[in-house]
Design a protein around this ligand. Sequence first.
Ligand SMILES: [Zn+2]
Length: 411
Amino acid sequence: MRILWLFLAAAVAAATPVAEDAGERAYAHVVALAGAAPRPAGTEAERRGVDYVAARLREMGYRVEVVAFPFPYFETLKVGLEVTSPVRIALNPRALVYSPSTEGVLAAPLVFGALGRPDDFRAVDVQGRVALVQRGEITFLEKVENAARAGARAVVVYNHEPGPLVGTLTRRSSVPAVTISREEGLRLRDLLAQGPVLVSLVVDTRLETRTSHNVVATLAGRDGGRVLLGAHVDSVEGSPGANDNASGVGAALEAARLLRAQPPPWTVEVVAFGAEELGLFGSEAYARSERVRGLRAMLNLDMVGVGPRLLVGNTGSDRRVVDAALDAARRLGVRLEARRMGASDHVPFERAGVPAAMLHRPDDPNYHSPEDTPDKVRPDLLDPVVRLAAAVLRSPSVVAGPGTLQPTAFR
Ligand SMILES: [Zn+2]
């Protein structure tokens, strides 16, 4: 009897392979990826994440390539900002990504430059000074370059909403630039309203070309057509990146397992992107390569393990993947809302003419902070994302229709 029961149990397990604890399995990947150090792009830690994902996908029977690409690496070695007169106040700045360094300590008067528009600097004299500007309306780079053209030696941008501000200039700026919180910014404005304010600023950063990697894993189908499931493996500096985005990678790995168990007739690619946080460099490298030709659809998973709401969306007007996700969610009984969403790895695919969308949970209080740790991520929130992602890649509608790449949209 015992042997018979074991046999039956094995048969049942084979028939319903892994769907039961997809959320728990995805969560185990989150712990493995985000349990230790942050994984900034171009570091050993990011590479360990890449190797982990490649190994899991190979075990599942995918054909795995690890594809290297160059990107502009950035690291903050030291950053400090202090009011030295009329009182002494130590602030908590962060270097804007791609800020150059100060030459040692920069001591100068602080001037308020409103939103940092060209007109704002016509109204005040920032020559040789440090400009304080508010976030909003134009990009960080535009603010910093406007200030530099007006003669500022450095720029401090303060947030216009509560919470930390991790900003990027997208490329190296002419003068050093840091961000501070809204509270600190308003405090500086109060001081400026009373009289002259002197600050000392230190920014020490490293900017160099480095190599990151995409893991490209293929499950070849019988029929034509190829669809892609992606998630970025890197984190920001100083954050373990459990929800952002070990959660997306963990969910993608378990969706890959479901797809391997019950594959669609078309080819499935599962891709872990490197270097997302500094500027979508991994997805950009893929979307600019020959690999993008013939790709019918792309689904991106970014931050899917924290927060009650689950959203699907993209930046363009193509509804193919969004509608497939909404249909699959209805079939599976998963609550899903459509929203316009950019700022992640689906965007370079949209630009290349590939129907693409992202699944995302928007309510994470620990976004980009040291508190984004595995204990905040919930297996029961990962579970529906795993099942939904697999269902979208199996949907006939995502491979239906004519070739999706217009020749003019390529590159
Ligand atoms: Zn992310």
